[in-house]
Design a protein around this ligand. Sequence first.
Ligand SMILES: *[C@@H]1O[C@H](CO)[C@@H](O)[C@H](O)[C@H]1NC(C)=O
Ligand SMILES: *[C@@H]1O[C@H](CO)[C@@H](O)[C@H](O)[C@H]1NC(C)=O
Ligand SMILES: CC(=O)N[C@H]1CO[C@H](CO)[C@@H](O)[C@@H]1O
Length: 487
Amino acid sequence: MTMAVVFGGGFPLLKYGAPFSLVVVLVAYWLRPPVHGPLDVRLDNVLSSLLRAERKAGVDHVARPRVAIGFGGCVDITVDGVMLLNKIGLQPSGQPVHHNYIENAQQLVESFAYFFPPGAASERYVLNDTLFSQLVEASREIPGNRWSVGGNAPVMAGRMAMEGCDVLLGANFSPDLTDVLSQHISVVGSVIDEPDIHLILEYPSGATWGQYTSKRANRYIVHSDVHNPYLASIQEFEEKLKDFQPDLLVIGGLQMMDNFPFKLGEREVLLSHLARLLSSAAPNTSVHFEMASFVDEGLLGELLKRVLPHADSLGMNEQELPNLLSLLRGESVTVLSDPNPRVATVLDQMRELYRLVNEHRHMIPSSRQLTRLHVHTLAFQAIIVTRGSSWKNIMSATAKASLTANRHVCGSPEIDPGKAKLIMDESFSISRQEGSQRIPLLETRPVSCWEEDDYKICVAPVLVCTDVYQTAGGGDNISAAGLVLQI
Ligand SMILES: *[C@@H]1O[C@H](CO)[C@@H](O)[C@H](O)[C@H]1NC(C)=O
Ligand SMILES: *[C@@H]1O[C@H](CO)[C@@H](O)[C@H](O)[C@H]1NC(C)=O
Ligand SMILES: CC(=O)N[C@H]1CO[C@H](CO)[C@@H](O)[C@@H]1O
């Protein structure tokens, strides 16, 4: 009726009001974007609820939190992976093979073929300078190639500065790299002329390369670093740390040591230096360690012994979680796991990791208790926090991590529901154990939180970006976004 009045101005259409309004409603329905169905309403509701959850906590922009982050940094060159391989004439041939590091073009082909079909993130050291330079040269000519400041530490630093923190970054940088960083980031380390380059081969979901098709968007990274594996800025960083008195100390980028041809004993010296630095961190400084794609068992063993015990908090993705877990169980590392694990599977793995890491620690002097664990997956975010620990705002942090996943991958701070989809099921089981509770995913309260043992768990669905701009750096942005609300 109201519509008829608006259109008809009171007469003569008034008497045809009812049928006319039906027409108007039909026209209005027809004019809506054709994709708008009940699912999209659900998506809109989840989005606005996540935004509300995120806003419930904030960063104090006056007394800015202080965060120190090490180590390293590089120039990222991002290209379409398949285009690059085509450009240098590398066709898939033979079988997919896992290689710990890359010595020649054939190994690159086999290794890419291993990770590309499942769409699993990975990062490999290239031991062949000639090959690496060829790849870098070729990527300059790939349309749409992008250059940016990269590396786990600088990306996390950038995100934290953007969110309102003052950051001390340990990295050997060239002046042009330092120039593009936020004014809230101070870099400590030597000045170098030629920064390390990381070549990021991105691919969208459904990309094809020969007989292979990728199941999800992701990236394959190759590098041939000369500075980063040596944690080149550690000395200067350690000296500045005492005066900086951070609320949070973050360590990432150690995967640059993975399969690097160190001289005998060199790596152990570096990692014991890091262990000293970490064990001398003030008790009121929280320590976070960001995992990465590691396959070098020797290095992982060292990290388990010298780094992890000093961390209060760990961040990782769905590949890194089972990888670390298998090592803690005394098995060999898992190189490739399900890139789309179910919530129940991930939560069980998180519980076990939390338990094993904390058991492990009693044997190590000056170790800390693990009180926080954040796992980022494509479909959802999950955070565990020990009750009574200093980590605040777990619910908002999980929501923020989830929103940041979309913002990062779509490359925009505004989330467009037209470029997002929910892939998490409408309800999830909290464990794979039979008879476990099921939790429905509520549109109006999408972040589910509950308590178990001595910790609290929150799970939030991700609005998965369907128009991928970048996947590299995602974990770092997501982890950093979760952390800023918790310190
Ligand atoms: C390194 O790569 C170059 C270029 O692809 C190749 O010609 C050479 O054989 C490789 N070296 C080794 C040791 O595999
Ligand atoms: C940590 O403790 C030191 C000395 O005990 C104090 O000077 C500093 O302000 C504290 N820092 C924070 C972030 O609370
Ligand atoms: C979407 C987004 O904000 N991604 C950010 C991740 O972190 C880097 C480095 O700070 C930023 O440049 C990106 O914009």
